[in-house]
Every structure is written in structure tokens, then in C-alpha cells.
Design a protein. Sequence first.
Length: 257
Amino acid sequence: MTEAVLYSLVAGIFVGFAAGYIGSLMVLKRMALVGDALSHVALPGLALGILFNFNPFVGAFAFLFAAAVLTWYVETTTRIFPDAIVGVLFVTGLAVGILLTPEVDLLEALFGDITTVTLVDALLAIGISVPTVLASRLVYRRVVLSMLSDELARSTGVNVAAVNFVYLFLVTVVVAVGIKIVGTILVGALVVVPAAAMKNVSRSLSAYALSSGVTGIASAGSGILLASYLGLPAGPLVVMVGTVIFAGALVARRITT
């Protein structure tokens, strides 16, 4: 196992858990496709980083953060639902990103490349994923309460707008840090698939969040190891492993009911 693969495995484990954990909220909010679409907004930021020789992660995060702020603002000031807002940003970001990204770097930007993951990338993934999970845990029940009823949440002292902003911010952080491993096209699946897999087999909110995170670890770790062994891009294999787990969870649910 090369150092790059080892670093990508470490990063994948931490990012996989964070993605699965925050993804459980996205599935509960019925915003699974929003996470996938939001990931494509990062592509112009990656392209600018490549073109002007600065860390592409910085550019990706800047564009994702701007998209999250814009989504939150439009949602709170209009009657447009978040999926429609992100849908517009998604197609625009993808189009601009493809036009700006040099052809030689486009494949890596879209599907990731575990051979380019460095020790700094791994440490960055750890340093971002751990606080993200802790912050998600703090707002988890408040987000769930706001899903049930905005009025009920406000009556218990929950600032719904602020909680939704924090939630969107956490999603953008996870998406940004996961791009290095699975790319902009598939990073949304790392957030959605583990949570979708555990939705029908979890008996409580805490168990659901935890099992989604563990499934994220299994998907990312197994996909990266398979990619290293087979010499294939890690992103598609991470998603395929998650899909197999999803199918297995469906079968297990049918057997036990």
C-alpha cells in the first residue's frame, strides 16, 4: 500500500463517517438529491484553483459556502423550495466548471484521485470531519424538530432559520472535503447512500445517525481499497460499495419483517 493510498484511506474513513452522519439528516429532511446537486457547485471553485495555482479545496469551499448562503437566503425570503434553488445552482455550476477546468484535470475533478492525496489532505480531512460531526450532533434534534413543525420548534426556543443555516453549512463542509476522494460528480452519493441504506433498519434517531456514519466508513474504506487493488477510480467504487450495502439492508429488512 502506497503512502497516498494510506492517506486517502485515513481521509476516507473520517470523511465517510461525517458524510453518513450528516447525510442521515438530509434523508430525514427529504433533501437527499440536494446534497448531490450541491456538490456540483464546487466545480468552478476547483477550476479556479487549478487555473490560478492555489489550493482547489479553498475554491471549492468558497463556491459551496456561497451556494449554501444563497440557498438559505432565497429559501427564507421566498416561497421557492431548496431543491429548486440548488437545482438552478447545480446546472449553472456544472456548466461553468466544465468550461473553466483544463481538460487534463477534468477527470480528477469529476471523479477524484486517491493517488494525489497527501498527508496534509488526510490531516485536513480529520481536522474538518471531527468538528463537523460534533456540530451536527449539537443541532441534530433541533433540525429534526423543525422538520416536524416550524411553529413547534420556535415555541421551544429553536431559531429555525439559524439551525437550517448551520445544517446547510455542515453539508457544504462535508461535500468540500470529500471531493478529493470521490470527485464532484459522486461526492453527493457518499452523503446520501449510507444514510438511505440505514433508514429502514434503524430503530432510533441516535442509532440511525451512528449506523449511517459507520456505513459511510465501510463504503469509503472498501471503495478506496478496491480502487487501489484494481487500479480504478475510487469514486465509482465507493458508490458501488454503498449501493451493495443499501441492497443488503433492503433484503435484511424484508427478512426481519
